[in-house]
Design a protein around this ligand. Structure first.
Ligand SMILES: *Cc1c(COP(=O)(O)O)cnc(C)c1O
Length: 427
């Protein structure tokens, strides 16, 4: 797609460009397999000598169109869809790590990502060191080791709402010859494009704002094409030396700037198989067509709700990066000048019990595990996602016992506030 188009146009037009007489809307290629005329042609696909479709576990046209749209929105050069955000986080790391390797991560992370990096990949021999996102560049640098292969963080962390200093993290990664990988789920490319601040690879849980309607679980990995794997050949031999499972192909030589995504598709997707279903990719594409309309409204509504809560006598505290005085307000002004996201967190005076009372009295806002869709939703991590932890463990995990995660939808803000008002009266 022409890079001259504005992001709103890309949301609608990127990805699918039908030719004469083809469907205007991307079709759902609901087919596991694709037909060829000669055995030779099919063989060349298996050798990665020709590009083309042969089996949906590796590639599917619907998925590729939607990946291309997200790639364009992020300003990347290659992208792939995955079955979930978790699969994207897993592949993004395991594409360049193997047993004996190490990664550095900002500690303010989505709980699922924390479990994956702290525990599950550890069992596969890849260790993670977690650094305070507010640490100095020197302190972050001190976490790197000889075998470190990547630095990872979230643009806006879920649920702590820490805004990452992307330039600081990019400098730390590049000073140590590794790519900086950013989970951009909460900001979306509408509010922040991490490649513009030095990130090399971006991941998404497309389940959230991109899908936007709580309909389909999915993920995406986008490569900027900017990281020079060959300049750091000793660390990334997996990309710069022959892959014997493809008759000795060298990804960086054969695929240039797309090397990382081609490898993730042709090795990890081939062997681990976490593909997104073409049906879900189709629904995701419908969501993407209104991303540029929904995200600003989520932010506008969340700001109004945050201001209302901030001024309420029963509310102990509110976290929202756009609020004047928020710990991350300055970073938000720099990296998220048009708004951050629709999620905010707050606590009620009276602690945990008061928080539960408030939630049980909400009528419009529904208690669900999900965040970042059109409907306002609410969750009390201490009672739900972090239920097994005692008070001390909750505080160590950065989840205050009274913390309510409030995902502001795109209903009328006055109705959302009225719902909170009546529930607060019951506390
Ligand atoms: C939800 C989420 C994930 C995981 O995505 P799934 O699609 O649920 O697997 C990863 N990162 C962030 C920031 C998330 O909010």
């Amino acid at each position: 797609m022409s890079n001259n188009y504005q992001i709103e146009t890309k949301c609608i037009q990127s990805g699918w460009q039908p030719k004469q007489g083809e469907p205007r809307v991307v079709p759902i290629y609901q087919s596991t397999t694709f037909k060829y005329d000669t055995s030779e042609q099919m063989g060349r696909l298996f050798d990665l000598e020709d590009s083309g479709y042969f089996y949906t576990r590796l590639q599917n046209p619907t998925n590729d169109v939607v990946a291309a749209k997200i790639c364009d929105l992020e300003g990347g050069c290659a992208a792939m869809l995955t079955s979930s955000g978790q699969a994207a986080s897993f592949y993004a790391i395991m594409n360049i790590c193997e047993a004996g390797d190490h990664i550095v991560c900002a500690s303010a992370l989505y709980g699922g990502t924390y479990n994956l990096y702290a525990h599950t990949i550890k069992k596969m021999g890849v260790e993670a060191t977690f650094v305070d996102p507010d640490a100095s560049e020197e302190e972050i640098g001190a976490a790197f080791k000889e075998n470190t292969k990547a630095l990872f963080g979230e643009t806006i962390s879920n649920p702590a709402l820490v805004v990452l200093d992307l330039e600081k993290f990019a400098r730390a990664a590049h000073a140590h010859g590794v790519p900086f990988i950013v989970d951009n789920t909460f900001a979306t490319p509408i509010n922040c494009r991490p490649f513009e601040w030095g990130a090399d690879i971006v991941t998404h849980s497309t389940t959230k704002y991109m899908d936007g309607h709580a309909m389909s679980v999915g993920g995406c990995i986008v490569d900027s094409g900017n990281f020079d794997w060959e300049a750091h050949h000793d660390k990334f031999k997996c990309l710069t030396e022959p892959d014997e499972t493809y008759h000795g192909i060298v990804y960086t030589q054969k695929f240039g700037k797309s090397a990382y995504i081609v490898k993730a598709t042709s090795q990890l997707m081939r062997d681990l198989g976490s593909i997104q279903s073409p049906q879900n990719a189709f629904l995701l594409n419908v969501g993407l067509e209104t991303l540029h309309l929904r995200v600003p409204r989520h932010c506008e509504n969340a700001f109004k709700v945050a201001q209302y809560l901030k001024g309420h006598e029963k509310v102990a505290w509110v976290n929202y990066p756009e609020l004047e005085g928020d710990k991350y307000h300055e970073l938000a002004k720099k990296y998220l000048p048009n708004g951050s996201c629709g999620v905010l967190t707050f606590g009620i005076k009276g602690g945990r019990d008061a928080s539960v009372t408030l939630m049980d009295n909400l009528k419009l806002a529904a208690i669900v595990t999900h965040v970042a869709d059109a409907r306002t939703s609410v969750l009390h991590p201490a009672s739900h996602t972090h239920r097994q932890m005692n008070e001390q463990e909750l505080i160590e995990a950065g989840v205050q016992p009274d913390l309510i995660r409030f995902s502001v939808g795109i209903e009328n803000a006055d109705d959302i506030i009225a719902d909170l008002k009546q529930a607060l009266e019951m506390v």
